[in-house]
Design a binder for this molecule. Sequence first.
Ligand code: C2E
Ligand code: MG
Ligand code: MG
Length: 703
Amino acid sequence: MTSKQNKDTTPLSSLEDNPPDIEMYLHAIFNNTGYPIFVKDEEFKLILVNDACCSFFGLSRNQIIGSTLAESFPPSEMEGFFAIDRQVLDTGKEVICEETLSPSGLQSKRVLTRKNRFEDPNGNYFLVGVIHDITESKQIEEKLKRAASVFTHAHEGIMITDANGTITEVNTTFSRITGYTSEEMLGKNPSILQSGRHPSEFYAEMWTTLLAQDHWDGEIWNRRKNGEIYPETLTISAVKTTDGLVQHYVSLCTDITAIKQHQNQLEHIAHYDLLTSLPNRVLLADRLSQSMLQCRRHKQSLAVVFLDLDGFKHVNDAYGHDVGDELLIALSLRMKEALREGDTLARIGGDEFVAILAELTTSENFEPVLKRLLLAASEPVIVGNVVLNVSASIGVTLYPQDSVDADLLMRHADQAMYVAKESGKNRYHLFDTAQDDAVKVQQESLEAIRIALDNHQFVLHYQPKVNMKTAAVIGVEALIRWQHPKRGLLNPIDFLPVMENNPMSAEMGEWVINTVLTQISQWQKMGLNLPVSTSVNIAAVQLQQPDFTQRLATLLAAHPDVEPRYLELEVLETSALDDINNVSKIMNDCIALGVNFALDDFGTGYSSLTYLRRLPAHLIKIDQSFVRDMLNDMDDLAIVEGVIALAKSFKREVIAEGVETIEHGAALLKLGCDLAQGYGIAKPMPASDIPQWVADWKPDTSW
Ligand code: C2E
Ligand code: MG
Ligand code: MG
C-alpha cells in the first residue's frame, strides 16, 4: 500500500488506528463467497468447510469435518481427487482441475477445482480447495458446440443472412454446393446465386410469402460459381426477436441435381421405347390429346396413322430377334425422317407404330407423308450380310372429321390398318367415318330394341280385313308397334329395318305369334269368332330358321284352345323368293300343322308363275303401292288386274291392301277383288277396340 493511498483514504487510515477484527471479516467472506471452499490435512481429512461447501455436498458440517468424504463419492473418483491432493501437497504447486463430482444421492456435477497448499507456523501442510460449479455453463457450451457441429456438418447447405438479406454465415456444405467459400459469400446478397431461369415475379412472390408467413420452401434453379445451373430445394425461415422483429433469415438448401437426373431417367424409361428410343404408348397418348386440343383451337386436322409391318414375323423367325431388333431400329429412323417436323412417331408394340400428323390444313397434306412412310418401310434394310425386305400396312383416321376420343381414334386407325392388310398390304387405307357411324347407330338401335323386348315395350295393333261384297269381317292383321318410353308409339318402319337379319327379329316374331294366339283365345272367350283368321307377319330370318316348324308347333301347343286354322302367316313375296325350295317346304310343313299362309306385298317381287305355283299360300295380298295409284295410273291398274287374274287362275284368294277410299273399294269390287284391307275400312287399332268395331262395321252402301 502506498503512502498516498494511506493519507487519502479515511477508512484505511482509521483501520490503522483501530485494527479491525480480521478474523471476523475472513469468516464472513469465507462463508459468503458462494463458492464451496474446503481445507484438508495431509491425510486428506477435511478440517474446515464453508457453508457453500456443506450445501454443495448436501452434508452437514459435522458429517464432513474429520472425514475424507470417501463414502460420499465413487471410489474411482476418490482416487483421482487424492492423487491431485497428493501432488499439490507434495509439490506446493497450484493445480486447477476440471473434474466430475458424483456425490452419492445428488446429481453429478462438473466442477473446476483450484487446489493450493499452505503451511502453518508449525510446518504442517494443508490443502485448500475452491470449487467452481461449471455444470450449467458446460451444458450451454455443449449445446453451442453441438449447434456449431450441426451447422458445419449438416448435409444441407446453410446460409444465414441478417434482416437486410446480407449474408452473415454459410456452412461448408453450402460452399461445396455453390463453389463459393464463406469468405467470398460473407457480406454479399444471395442474389449472386440467381440462375436467370426464374422471372423476377418468382423472387417477388418468394419474398411476399416469406414476409407474410415467415417461411418459404420450394424448388429453385441457382448458379454455381463455375457458372453451372443446378436445381435445389430451398427452405427459408425468418428468425424473429421476441418483439417480432426479423433478426435474420436462415436458408437450408439441398442440391437435387442427382435426384432430377434420376427422375429424368425414369421419365425417359416411362415414356420412350427402349429399343428405338421412339415415344411409347404412354407418351403417344399424351401427344395425341395435346394435338387434338391444338386442332380444336386452330381449326386444323390431324391424322392418326397406324402402321404395322408386313412380314416382320418372318424376319424374326428366319434370322432371330437380334436381326429383327436391328431392322426395327433402322426402320424407325427412316420412318421418322419420312415425317414432317412436329409429327410424332411412336412405337406401341412389336412391329406396330403410330404416327400423329399434326396441323393438317387439307386432306391432301398427309398423303405424300403416307407414301413416304410406305417407301421408308419397304426399301430393303441391310443387317450384317442379310438384306431384309418388309413393308407396311397403314390405317389412317382424321380428326376432327372422325370426331371421337383419342382411344377410339387409335382403334379406328387400327381398324383401317386391318383393311389395308386384308386388301393386299404395303398400302394405306382411310377409315370410313360414315360407315362407322351407321354401324354405331345400328348397334345402339339394336341395344335399345333388346331393352324394349326385355321390358315388354312392344304391343300389337290389329287392322280388320273385310269382304266388301258380303259385309263379313274375315279377319285381322296383327301389326307391331313400339310403345317407346320417350318417343311415343312407333311404327314398324322405325325399328324393323334395323333388325333385319338380326336373330332378335325371330325372337320378336315368336313373341308376336304367342301374343296373337293369346289374343285369339281371349276374343273367343268373349264370343268373338273371326270367321277366317288373325294374320301375323313373318320375317324372312324367322321363317328360314331350320326349326321354324318345330317352334311354331310348340307355340301352338301352348295354346290348345286355339285352332291352328285361325292363325295365318303372312310371308313377303320377296322373302319367299330367297330360297324357294326351302321356303315352300317350310310352308308345307306348317300347313300340315293347320295354319294358313298369305303372300304379302305381292307384285313387288318377280311374281313369277312358277314361283306362285310352288308356294302354297291360299291368299295373295296385292301390294298397297299398286292399289294406291290404281285409280289414276293405268300401269298400276293393269298390275292389280293382272294379280287378280293370276290369283284366280291359280285358285288363290286375293285381297287388296291399302284401300284408302270408298272409290278404291268400288273399283276393286268391279275388278272382282272382294277382299280388302285399308284405312278406307279401318286403321290398325288396339285389340280392345276390335270387338266393338266388328259389331258396328257395315260396308259402304255404294259397294
Ligand atoms: P304389311 O304387312 O304390308 O302391313 C300393312 C301396312 O300397311 C301396315 O303398316 C298398315 O298400317 C299399313 N296400311 C294399312 N292400310 C293402309 C292404307 O290404307 N294406307 C296406307 N298408307 N297404309 C296402310 P305398318 O303397321 O306400319 O307395318 C308396316 C310393315 O311392317 C308391314 O307391312 C309388315 O311388313 C311389317 N310388320 C308389321 N308388323 C310386323 C310384325 O309383327 N312382324 C313382322 N315381321 N313384320 C311386321
Ligand atoms: Mg302384312
Ligand atoms: Mg303388305
